[in-house]
Design a protein around this ligand. Structure first.
Ligand SMILES: Nc1ncnc2c1ncn2[C@@H]1O[C@H](COP(=O)(O)OP(=O)(O)OP(=O)(O)O)[C@@H](O)[C@H]1O
Length: 252
């Protein structure tokens, strides 16, 4: 589904990604780990075309992802969540989720401005779908509440709901359990396991919480200073001497 070859990204003198390569098969859940500054978010930013790569290639379903326009990414079936939440604080939870469906609306500017019946039908259909997803993620009670002021754990689920309404085939999650307490982490892991089946979605997840990564992922890729230093089943990567060295001084 996804093939990353020899990907390099530089920011001035910093090489954030240095010849990184790995692939992801349909249906897999792959963990992307590595110490702070290893290049994990930069990789996500390349996959969603926020950053340009200096060299290398990314094939998504056989297509050259790096040649696509950033606005076309959602339409290809790739959705992401953000490390520091990318929600609109003053919009309701439901409207934040509906933002994730923007590429599925077929109405043009004029039909939308005139609020024609086709637009109303489309809006009703998407609202019904948003409500189903909100219900699935236990967010119905806060659907009309503005995002601002809600607990962090709730907002993490809103981000997931917003990604899911785009009907993604590939879901990129950037630190989805960062800042959650241990009960919330467990709850999120259970939800993600179930959602992976229900929505038939392939997942790449960046996360520092090793218990979460090791418990949920089929395979783990570890980056350090922009380079891939290990890849394999979670238990093997956790025991890898290079990975242990990269995390020296950090509990893993
Ligand atoms: N837009 C940017 N401009 C300059 N440098 C950047 C930019 N984005 C990332 N970097 C640098 O690239 C390197 C990799 O950063 P990145 O955020 O990808 O790491 P990370 O593995 O996601 O870290 P963390 O776990 O702390 O989120 C770091 O040295 C960072 O400072």
């Amino acid at each position: 589904m996804l093939e990353v070859h020899d990907l390099t990204v530089r920011f001035g003198g910093i090489t954030a990604l240095d010849g990184v390569g790995f692939s992801v098969s349909r249906g897999e859940m792959v963990g992307l780990i590595g110490p702070n500054g290893a290049g994990k978010t930069t990789l996500f930013n390349c996959l969603t075309r926020r950053y340009d790569a200096d060299s290398g290639s990314v094939l998504y379903e056989g297509k050259n992802l790096l040649a696509m326009a950033p606005h076309a990414i959602a339409g290809t079936g790739i959705a992401r969540t953000f490390q520091n939440l990318g929600l609109f604080p003053h919009l309701s939870v439901r409207d934040n989720v509906l933002v994730g469906a923007h590429h599925r609306g077929g109405a043009g500017f004029l039909t939308a401005a005139l609020w024609l019946p086709t637009v109303r039908r489309e809006e009703n259909r998407l609202r019904a779908e948003a409500d189903r997803i909100l219900d699935r993620l236990a967010l119905t009670e806060v659907a009309d509440h503005p995002a601002s002021g809600l607990p962090f754990g709730t907002l993490k689920r809103v981000e997931l709901a917003r990604a899911l309404i785009g009907r993604p085939a590939l879901l990129l999650l950037d630190e989805p359990v960062n800042g959650l307490n241990s009960a919330e982490v467990e709850g999120f892991a259970d939800t993600l396991r179930a959602i992976r089946e229900e929505f038939d979605v392939t997942v790449v997840v960046v996360e520092h919480h090793m218990g979460f990564v090791m418990g949920i992922c089929d395979r783990v890729v570890c980056l350090d200073f922009g380079r891939k230093i290990a890849e394999g089943p979670p238990a093997e990567v956790q025991r890898d001497p290079g990975v242990m060295r990269a995390y020296l001084g950090t509990a893993i």
